[in-house]
Design a binder for this molecule. Structure first.
Ligand SMILES: Cc1ncc(COP(=O)(O)O)c(C=O)c1O
Length: 379
């Protein structure tokens, strides 16, 4: 019997049984007291995770969060500094264009971080309404220098938007520590909830900016319409994704039960262990060593291994992994390792990588990757 492969792409990620069960409860009325309490708990949990002044969780996707973040901070004609370290960093200028906002983009080659001196020079010479950064670019596996960039945002007193989609709940995104004004994120990666929600954390400073903007070109995405509901979810603006909120609340409870420092350390360990296995197979990440993300690994294909054939074969071997996007299309495969992923998923994935490469004629010592990964894991 053919079983569905294990989902090891960088989102959506495998969903825990407890979250799936929560998702399948009979749908509550969205203003029913029992549900209102769950929604309140969910938002309070998000505020704790991000150490944030305000949290928003509504129906949508990460891209809607990105759009909301921008449209509530800048008006048409404003200039925003956008730092891009890959395909998702490149998405922000596209959103800016749709909103009539001018994007000043600093880009880095795939797998590299942008140069902080370049960022500082731009900030010194221009007056920006805001600055954007992708915490982990899911295309290149690049983990941004959040501390370095956020120190510059503070020094030049510019409002700071962080795309946390491939990092939130796996890597520290304390809004006070890093002086982040808006985190734009979603639920299907390290929160390990089925896709369907836009999640944001917003600072009081940003709310003051939103007040100054007056009317904006948005309705559903205008958080002036949402903030009263987030304060009291018994009120109505637009129907929330009730079952998703219940499921997200279960996920958030498990994040808080694990504890944030322990959870961040677990993701570090998972990333390091997986990459020890990758190296033992003679494979290499595309990402610079100082920018390797704990949440995913983007691996270069060795000479002679075809992308489509590799991914079809590894799927037959029980693992669904992602190909490259943007400039890396056809050159890499991507493995997500975040959320509820642990040793069993890593072991299945590494074994399947070994087997698939061997079937394609690449020289592999059976068990080399899994063994190296295990050695790192038990350290
Ligand atoms: C870093 C990053 N930002 C934004 C997005 C867009 O999120 P969504 O696909 O939920 O719209 C993604 C999606 O993978 C992402 O990885």
């Amino acid at each position: 019997m053919k079983r569905d492969p294990l989902v090891m792409i960088p989102g959506p990620t495998p969903v825990d049984e407890s979250v799936l069960r929560a998702m399948s409860v009979q749908t509550y009325g969205h203003t029913y007291g029992g549900f209102v309490n769950i929604y309140k708990e969910c938002l309070a949990g998000l505020k704790t995770i991000f150490n944030a002044d305000h949290a928003i969780a509504i129906g949508g996707a990460g891209t809607l969060s990105m759009e909301m973040g921008l449209v509530n901070i800048a008006k048409p004609g404003d200039k925003v500094l956008m730092i891009s370290q890959g395909y998702f960093g490149d998405r922000y200028p596209l959103i800016a264009k749709a909103l009539g906002i001018e994007a000043d983009v600093i880009s880095a080659e795939a797998g590299q971080r942008v140069c902080l001196h370049e960022v500082e020079a731009k900030l010194k010479a221009n007056n920006y309404a805001a600055m954007t950064l992708t915490h982990v670019d899911t295309s290149s596996g690049t983990l941004a220098d959040l501390a370095g960039v956020s120190a510059l945002a503070k020094k030049y007193d510019v409002l700071f938007i962080l795309d946390g989609v491939c990092a939130s709940a796996a890597i520290d995104e304390d809004t006070k520590k890093y002086r982040i004004d808006v985190i734009v994120t979603t639920c299907q990666k390290a929160f390990a909830v089925p896709p369907g929600m836009s999640i944001l954390a917003v600072s009081d400073r940003e709310i003051r900016r939103r007040e100054e903007l007056g009317d904006i070109r948005a309705f559903y995405a205008d958080w002036k319409n949402w903030l009263p509901i987030m304060g009291n979810p018994g009120l109505y603006f637009a129907t929330p994704p009730v079952n998703h909120v219940v499921a997200l609340n279960v996920s958030i409870a498990s994040v808080l039960e694990e504890g944030l420092p322990a959870r961040y350390a677990r993701h570090e360990k998972i990333g390091k262990s997986f990459r020890a296995g990758v190296a033992a197979l003679g494979l290499e990440p595309v990402t610079a060593s100082e920018a390797l993300a704990p949440t995913l690994t983007v691996i270069k294909y060795p000479e002679g291994i075809d992308d489509a054939e590799f991914r079809a074969k590894i799927e037959d071997n029980g693992i669904f992994c992602a190909g490259g996007v943007g400039a890396l299309k056809g050159k890499v495969f991507r493995v997500g390792h975040m959320g509820s992923t642990g040793w069993p998923e890593l072991a299945r994935t590494m074994t399947a990588i070994e087997l698939t490469l061997a079937q394609m004629g690449y020289k592999v010592t059976p068990g080399a990757g899994t063994g190296a990964m295990e050695q790192e894991w038990i350290k």
